[in-house]
Write a protein that binds this ligand. Structure first.
Ligand code: FAD
Ligand code: AMP
Length: 471
């Protein structure tokens, strides 16, 4: 029986990063992954590279270009005549990016001498992993350490059957070959808003049905309010407090039934995206049979260092508690590999940045003003609108704001929330600040280049003590 120091099950951003770091630290490492890409070939990279972060951002970028040509260029004095939209070309550009990256991950495995075991991984007693290839018999491998990184899958709704034709999940929504005339989206979460934005910009009439009364409940309420106004202005027809009860594909489209405060309603759309969240994936892992503890929500139970209840077995990424974000999983992967190698690594879950890649983007780190106050802590906040930022004006991107929240007594930054162009990049500076427990005064003392969007962060930090200069 072949033996490895580390066997990682799952080749997404959590698993493949854990494998690279384990190999870098001199451990004999294997990665088990069963994913089959669009070209029918095994592909590493998991949901993130194949059907998540990367393909959605490729389509978001393409659709942003289209939207700009149609609606923004004229304001810059550029008039484009006869703008053509070639959806299949857009989709195949996205596919090329995905295959470049997944091949790149395979290359990284080779470079780091990580053995890629293609097929389904199943845990067996005595630190063994059985790998069943897509064709042929299963083989059993011995491990000194096992890292579980089996990710997540789309959550489904009872009474709604995804056929990936008319009713699709997030994976199917990345594959439309033409723009649906009328598109329904269930769920106004991160994925629903991103995919709804793509097809809305390309010309679909998009109706978003969200069960909760609050829009983007996890973001700062001031930012969420501005964002809702802006997305509605852009044409996303967002209905809050609306629970979808039933949906069925018909010859003409999809027939939907939903309930809101006013009663029951019927609606017909051409396509429907079900985007009601994701659930941890432990199917076929044999977890309960080997007494691996799974919590009541289906996540593999881990401690702060991602150790499970079984010594030598760790779990990271979407399959464990915390935000389902690629970078969170990758950092847990590095931490676990380093701890196996005897280092004292940790991940600070309080400073994990979130980004929603709508336009403008929403990004945040740390706590919201409401959650700080609910915890009984006094805080001060500074806000700065993008319309007062010179660079935002030059770019014609004046929507949104930056908000910095700091402890009222110590001035430590407790949260930063950005709604605006380049929010996904701007947030990085504030993550560094929070990681080093900086005060709003520290951020306010740093020189920011002019003219840049980062001046809005600077001004919001100055605003915590009423010192903003340009508003
Ligand atoms: P996954 O990426 O799900 O990988 C798990 C892998 O394990 C898969 O390849 C699976 O086939 C394999 N596997 C599972 N069980 C077994 C088994 N028993 N044997 C063998 N192989 C197995 N996150 C961000 O941070 N930024 C974004 O912009 C972003 N955008 C997203 C957009 C969409 C549309 C979606 C769906 C998700 C997005 N996410 C984003 C979330 C992100 O994709 C996940 O957080 C991330 O992929 C989780 O990584 P992971 O390694 O834990 O699991
Ligand atoms: P996220 O977890 O960010 O992907 O968001 C998923 C969203 O789907 C959440 O905001 C949920 O409230 C919403 N949701 C879940 N079930 C339903 C439903 N039956 N009808 C409408 N929205 C739903």
């Amino acid at each position: 029986m072949q033996e490895f120091d580390v066997i990682v099950i799952g080749g997404g951003p959590a698993g493949y990063v854990a494998a690279i770091r384990s190999a870098q630290l001199g451990m004999k490492t294997a990665i088990v992954d069963e994913y089959i890409g669009k070209d029918n070939q095994p592909a590493l990279g998991g949901t993130c590279l194949n059907a998540g972060c990367i393909p959605s951002k490729a389509l978001l970028d393409s659709s942003e270009h289209y939207d700009r040509v149609l609606h923004k260029f004229a304001g810059h004095g550029i008039r484009a005549k006869e703008v053509d939209l070639d959806v299949p070309a857009m989709i195949s550009r996205k596919d090329k990016i995905v295959s470049t990256l997944t091949r790149g991950v395979a290359g990284l495995m080779k470079k780091n001498k990580v053995t890629w075991l293609q097929g389904h991984g199943r845990l067996e007693l005595g630190m063994k992993v059985a790998v069943k290839p897509h064709k042929g018999k299963a083989e059993v491998y011995q491990a000194k350490h096992i890292i579980l990184a089996t990710g997540s899958t789309p959550r489904m709704l009872p009474n709604i059957q995804v056929d990936q034709e008319r009713i699709v999940d997030s994976t199917g929504a990345l594959e439309f070959q033409e723009v649906p005339k009328k598109l329904g989206v269930i769920g106004a979460g991160v994925i629903g808003l991103e995919l709804g934005s793509v097809w809305s910009r390309l010309g679909a009439e998009v109706i978003v049905l969200e069960a909760m009364d609050d829009f983007l409940a996890m973001t700062d309420s001031q930012i969420a309010k501005e964002a809702l106004k802006e997305f509605k202005r852009q044409g996303l027809d967002i209905h809050l407090g609306t629970r979808v009860k039933h949906a069925e594909a018909t010859k003409e489209g999809v027939a939907l039934e939903y309930e809101d405060g006013e009663g029951s309603h019927k609606l017909t759309v051409d396509k429907l995206i079900v985007a009601v969240g994701r659930k941890p994936h432990t199917e076929g892992l044999n977890a309960t049979e080997i007494d691996l503890l799974i919590d009541e929500s289906g996540y593999i139970h881990v401690d702060e260092f991602c150790a499970t209840n079984i010594p030598g077995i760790y779990a990271i990424g979407d399959v464990v508690r915390g935000p389902m974000l690629a970078h969170k999983g990758s950092e847990e992967g590095v931490m676990v590999a380093e701890r196996i190698a005897g280092m004292k690594s940790r991940v600070n879950h309080d400073t994990i940045p979130w980004v929603i890649y709508t336009w403008p983007e929403i990004a945040w780190v740390g706590q919201t003003e409401d959650s700080v106050r609910q915890a009984g802590r006094e805080c001060k906040s500074g806000t700065f609108p993008m319309r007062a930022c010179g660079r935002a004006l030059a770019m014609d991107e004046t929507t949104g704001m930056v908000k910095v929240i700091a402890d009222a007594h110590t001035d430590e930054i407790l949260g930063v929330h950005i709604f605006g162009a380049a929010a996904s990049e701007l947030i990085a500076e504030t993550v560094v600040a929070m990681e080093y427990q900086a005060s709003s005064e520290d951020l306010a003392c740093i020189v920011h280049a002019h003219p840049t969007m980062s001046e809005a962060v600077h001004e919001a930090a100055l605003g915590v003590h009423g010192r903003s200069l340009h508003i």
